[in-house]
Design a protein around this ligand. Structure first.
Ligand SMILES: Cc1cc2nc3c(=O)[nH]c(=O)nc-3n(C[C@H](O)[C@H](O)[C@H](O)COP(=O)(O)OP(=O)(O)OC[C@H]3O[C@@H](n4cnc5c(N)ncnc54)[C@H](O)[C@@H]3O)c2cc1C
Length: 417
C-alpha cells in the first residue's frame, strides 16, 4: 500500500487538494466536520424560498485560472458561464444615477488602453491619466493600505474603487491591503476585459464546484467522511503521529501525510502556538424571492449599505461586506432595511417585501490588512508530514475561491514534491 494523505476540511481548498492528489494516484481520505462539503462556498435547499440558494452570492472571474483548471478536472465546466464582456453596472441609490464600467472583451494591453481612453466605458469623473496613476500606485503598494495608495476623497473613489475594494477584500480602504487588489487586477483586468468577465453559475455553487468535486472523488475511490471534527494532533519526532477527532482517532503510518485545509480561526484550535492572521469580517446576504424570473446578472450599489445585488431566476441576493455591525441585527430588521434598494435596482412595481432568507457569515474572511499578510502560511510547515491549505494561506490573492483552490493545488504539489 502506498502512504495515505489525510485531508482535513472539504471546503474548496480541501476539495482542490483532494482532487489533484487522487488524480495523481495517491490514497486520499477527507475528513470534514460539517455534514456537507463546500464550507463557506455552498448551496442548500431553503424551505421558505422553496429553492436552492448559495450561502452567499459569489463572484468569480474568467481569469481565475485555478478555478477553471479545477472545473476541467471535475467536469464542472458546463455549470458555469462567463458573461460576454466585462461590464460592471452601478446605481447610486441616493440620486438614482446609473452608469457602467465597460472593459469589453478584448485581450492584452491595447484592449486595456482602449478602455482607459474611452470616457463612455471607464468610471465617471476620472481622467485616463488619473486611472493609470491609481493602478501604478496599487502596483507599488507592498505594506500599504488602499487608502495609503488612492485618493479616497476623489469622486471616482466612491464610484469605482470603493465598491471594488470592499467587495473584493471584505475590508474598508483604510484597512485593506492594497497589494491584494493589485494581485486581482494583474490576473484579470490588466490582461484585458476577456479575463475579467464575471463567471456565473447556472444552478449555484454546489452544482458547479462542490458536487462535481465530490463525485470525482467518489469515482476515484476516495473516502470522504462527514461529521469528523479534528480536535488536535499528536506529534512524534517532528511528524504528525495521530489525528484526534471528537469521535475517534486516526493513527498515522510511516509516510502518511496530512493537509489541514481549515479556516485560520479553526487552525488555532488544533495547532497550538501557530501564528495566523487575526480576526475576521462578516458578510451578510439576503435572498429575496421575486414574483417572476429576472435576467441573471449583478449590479454595484453606491450610497447603500449593500455593495452588490445579484439575480438568478426569481432570486435577488444582496451582499453586504464588512457587515460586522449589521449581523447583530434581527433578520426582519435587515431584510426590511435592504429591500427598498432591491426595488430600486430592479425597478420593481410591487414594493411589498417578498419571502426572504438572511444568511449571516460572521467569519467570512480574515481581516486582510497589510500586517495580516505577513502571517499567511506557506503550504509546508516545520513538521515533515504536515501541510496547510485554505484561502488565508500565502497565495498572494485575497481570501476568495480562487485563493482556496490555488492553495489546495499548492499543498498537493508540496505533498507530491
Ligand atoms: C458570504 C460570503 C461571500 C463570499 N463571496 C465571495 C466571492 O464573491 N468571490 C470569491 O471568490 N470568494 C468569496 N467568498 C470567499 C470564499 O467563499 C472563501 O474564500 C472560500 O470558500 C474558502 O474556502 P476554504 O476551503 O479555504 O475554507 P472553508 O470554505 O471555510 O472550508 C474549510 C472546511 O473545513 C471544515 N472544518 C473547519 N474546522 C474543522 C475541523 N476542526 N475538523 C474538520 N473540518 C473542519 C469546515 O467545516 C469547512 O468545510 C465569500 C465568502 C462568504 C462567506
Amino acid at each position: 500500500m502506498s502512504p495515505n494523505v489525510y485531508i482535513i476540511g472539504a471546503g474548496m481548498a480541501g476539495l482542490s487538494a483532494a482532487v489533484r492528489l487522487a488524480k495523481s494516484g495517491s490514497n486520499v481520505t477527507v475528513f470534514e466536520a460539517a455534514p456537507h462539503g463546500g464550507g463557506r462556498c455552498r448551496s442548500f435547499y431553503d424551505k421558505s424560498l422553496d429553492t436552492i440558494i448559495d450561502n452567499g452570492a459569489h463572484l468569480m472571474m474568467s481569469g481565475n485560472s485555478d478555478i477553471m483548471a479545477l472545473l476541467k478536472l471535475t467536469g464542472g465546466t458546463d455549470e458555469v458561464y462567463a458573461l460576454e464582456r466585462t461590464r460592471f453596472d452601478f446605481l447610486d441609490v441616493s440620486n438614482d444615477q446609473r452608469w457602467s464600467v465597460d472593459l469589453g472583451a478584448g485581450r492584452g494591453k491595447m484592449a486595456l488602453l482602449a478602455w482607459i481612453f474611452d470616457a463612455r466605458r471607464r468610471p465617471p469623473n476620472v481622467s485616463p491619466w488619473t486611472l493609470i496613476l491609481d493602478v501604478l500606485a496599487l502596483k507599488r503598494s507592498k505594506g500599504k493600505t488602499v487608502a495609503d495608495c488612492l485618493d479616497i476623497k476623489a469622486p471616482h473613489f466612491r464610484s469605482f474603487w470603493e465598491p471594488l475594494c470592499v467587495g473584493v477584500l471584505n475590508a474598508n480602504a483604510n484597512e485593506a491591503a492594497a497589494e491584494l487588489l493589485w494581485a486581482v487586477f494583474e490576473e484579470t483586468v490588466l490582461r484585458g476585459g476577456y479575463f475579467a468577465r464575471p463567471l456565473l453559475t447556472r444552478r449555484g455553487l454546489g452544482a458547479a464546484l462542490v458536487d462535481p468535486a465530490l463525485k470525482t472523488l467518489k469515482d476515484l475511490g476516495v473516502d470522504v467522511q462527514f461529521g469528523k471534527r479534528l480536535q488536535g494532533l499528536d506529534f512524534k519526532d517532528g511528524r504528525v503521529a495521530c489525528l484526534n477527532f471528537t469521535n475517534g482517532a486516526e493513527v498515522l503510518g510511516a509516510g502518511d501525510r496530512v493537509i489541514l485545509a481549515i479556516p485560520h480561526f479553526a487552525l488555532q484550535g488544533v495547532l497550538d502556538n501557530f501564528a495566523v492572521p487575526k480576526g475576521a469580517h462578516a458578510i451578510l446576504n439576503v435572498h429575496f424571492r421575486l414574483d417572476e424570473d429576472v435576467e441573471a446578472g449583478f449590479m454595484g450599489l453606491i450610497g447603500s449599505p449593500v455593495q452588490w445585488v445579484f439575480t438568478r431566476g426569481n432570486i435577488a441576493s444582496v451582499t453586504m461586506s464588512v457587515a460586522d455591525d449589521w449581523v447583530k441585527k434581527s433578520a426582519t430588521d435587515i431584510a426590511t432595511a435592504l429591500w427598498p434598494d432591491v426595488v430600486k435596482v430592479l425597478r420593481l412595481k410591487n414594493d411589498q417585501i417578498p419571502p426572504y432568507r438572511v444568511i449571516k457569515e460572521r467569519r467570512a474572511t480574515f481581516v486582510q490588512s497589510p500586517k495580516a499578510l505577513t502571517l499567511r502560511a506557506d503550504p509546508q510547515t516545520k513538521y515533515e508530514n504536515l501541510f496547510l491549505a485554505g484561502d488565508w494561506t500565502n497565495t498572494g490573492l485575497p481570501a476568495t475561491i480562487e485563493s482556496a483552490v490555488r492553495s489546495g493545488r499548492k499543498a498537493a504539489e508540496a505533498v507530491l514534491g
